[in-house]
Design a protein around this ligand. Sequence first.
Ligand SMILES: *Cc1c(COP(=O)(O)O)cnc(C)c1O
Length: 359
Amino acid sequence: MKYTFYTPGPAQLYPSFEQHLQTFVEQQLGSISHRSQQYRALHQHTVEQLRTLLNVPATHAILFLGSASEAWERILLNCVEHESYHLVNGSFSKKFFQYAQALHKFAHKLEKPMGQGFDASEVEVPEYAELIGLAHNETSSGVQMRVSDIHKIKRSNPDKLIAVDMVSSAPYPDLDYSLIDTAFFSVQKAFGLPSGLGVWIVNEKCLQKAERLRKYDNLTIGAHHDLPTLWKNAQNHETPATPNVMGIYLLGKIAEDMNKIGVEAIRKETEQKAKLIYKFIEQHEGFEPFVQESKHRSQTVVVANTKQPSSEIISTLKAKGLVLGSGYGEHKATQVRIANFPATSTEQVEDLIKALGEL
Ligand SMILES: *Cc1c(COP(=O)(O)O)cnc(C)c1O
């Protein structure tokens, strides 16, 4: 059976994925040197398409890592000397905080239960925190932060660096990079690609901090993928280590396809599809939105409480070729998570709603 995946990552592959993969194979791009002009042109194309799609100015570099979790470690090693501060409201935002502890940073957190979101007005950053870490979209709970609130937090804390996890939402959030020092995502969520590539967007302020920290005797910014080396290589459209050339190629092609549609149209369609899903789970007696406050509800990962054990719903739908995500952690048995990424069309979302309605 050919399945449609509504899972929040790995997720449904972007419709043009297969065709681009075929081209990658036909052109033998898996064998080219990563120090060749051919590679540099491929790399540059992907960076340029992402710059256009996400509106990233020249003050920021776009760098390639192995995953988004790697970005947590790179940011903490390169941009934090002593203290970081984290908004925690689910498993992924908590992991960023835990990485800080594991790297022996003094990590502060403002924590909320799963399903609750943050408003800028309740965020008070400790005086000595150097960096604010937050998740635009908390994939475990379906809570999204409003972009205007992220911008407000930075405006109230102009001397701190702000790091935005947009792993399960990019390219949806329209971030103003004059206010965002660093942001990151991986490709197996809303870009509809197989996993194995992380993208790190980072500004000159972060680079300057890393260069300063690198000189300290009692501190390390790491050996693998340290920011000054990544940045220097990126100037030449290269990476320090042999990169995921296939992932970088495919990402460039899919970003190009998205640019042809236009990011505004993609964002609008995302909102229209989210509206359909929320309307259904609000009206159907077997479901309810997990996130109570509608202003904190995610546009890209919808989490619904289920009356029936969610495993039953998941297996019934799977038999029809529709794959849903289960609840996360303690909510595994009582929730479903529905990804609303660009790879699933309005028609596919309507198919899902129809199948859920027939339960
Ligand atoms: C999936 C996810 C991550 C981790 O991404 P990897 O590519 O697995 O490292 C981090 N943050 C959020 C919000 C996620 O959804």
